[in-house]
Design a protein around this ligand. Sequence first.
Ligand SMILES: Nc1ncnc2c1ncn2[C@@H]1O[C@H](COP(=O)(O)OP(=O)(O)OP(=O)(O)O)[C@@H](O)[C@H]1O
Ligand SMILES: [Mg+2]
Length: 408
Amino acid sequence: MTDLQKFKTFYQLFRDVSRVVHAKSDIDEVLDLVVSRIVQGIGASGGALCVMDNSLGSLRVRSSYGVSESYLALAPLAGKDLLAWPEPDDGIHIIDDIFNAPRVKFPKEAWDEGVRMMVDVPLKVQDQIFGFTRIYFSEKREFSEDELDFAWAVNEQTSCAINHDEEIKSHILQYNQLASKADRMSSLGRMAAGIAHEINNPLTGILLYSSNLSKKADPGPFKEGLEIIMHETQRCKKIIQGLLDFSREKKPQKIQANINKVIEKSLALMDNELFIRRIKVVRDFDYDIKSFSLDPDQLEQVLVNLLFNAVHAVEEKGLITIRSKNSEDGKSIVVEVEDNGCGIHKDNLKKIFEPFYTTRSSGTGLGLSVSYGIIRNHQGRIKILSEPGVGTLITLNLPVLEEENHLR
Ligand SMILES: Nc1ncnc2c1ncn2[C@@H]1O[C@H](COP(=O)(O)OP(=O)(O)OP(=O)(O)O)[C@@H](O)[C@H]1O
Ligand SMILES: [Mg+2]
């Protein structure tokens, strides 16, 4: 098979896996397909996927293919110690000599099964290994970069699927517990997390294949285009991660920072958009503003969301004013984003922080609900004043702790 044919086969198998991850709700069916496709794709003799089962306190084989029941009955993949990943990193681990590998518990029995070599591919969530796929080979061989990339990408999708399934199960449990409480905001937030998962999976695919193509492409516009795709996809993944973090009530990673710098960075991200639409931005900063403890990435996300909303609300040649100042009592920093756009009708004002509320055809309706969560996690407040046909003023109020007041 030529490199291109192999690449096409991987791509086809990866698409099969992606499709199933999205279409099937039964996680066991998904895992069966994943293991069989990895084995076929990489030309192995068998495979087994095991995941940590906290109720058992050990790993449990969730799916296998091409491995005999009698071998699996020995529980070769049960020990919790197998999660301690071998040095040098937590990437794919190739076991060349099964008789000299502490990770292989029953080497003689494996040899009798016809196994000569094994490869362990970790399953991870947020950099934590919670299981792995072991792939068995009937003869020793070398692996191409494409083969290892393929196994890695399929495992990434699988990790997402398992994690998503577990979250859904725990959410169902929580839904039942919360059934009596009308907790609309947080249940919608969880739905948002579910959708974020669905988006994350295809993004992983786009990233993998654009990076593979880019490695093979000659320098020039085609390669540059692929690099833009990779860069933008990374950005989407970051945003999706932000949404997941929000729904998990991620604590802000606070450092001492100046809010004016965060505003400037957010405006820089919007530069192109503002230029194309010929929108004027007025910066009304208090340059004496105190530094305080904040999460610059999260606040940048809030400001970009607010600026995007303002951009969409104003017609071409609109005006956006962004202000920073100390509050009158000196206990907080105030940031305002004001636009002279279409404004919001008072009946709709109470809905705008609800996840999925949008009046824009291309909007997701998540910008303000994510921003609300971030500001709340900074113990701050977000206030909105709007007049249809006149414009909108959003005010962020972020408390500065007393002992930080002297910091500049
Ligand atoms: N500055 C504004 N001027 C007018 N309407 C606004 C403004 N900001 C928010 N809105 C209204 O609130 C809705 C919800 O805003 P939100 O940012 O949550 O979602 P979105 O902008 O529609 O989608 P996205 O998830 O892409 O941000 C918008 O669809 C719009 O109707
Ligand atoms: Mg928005």
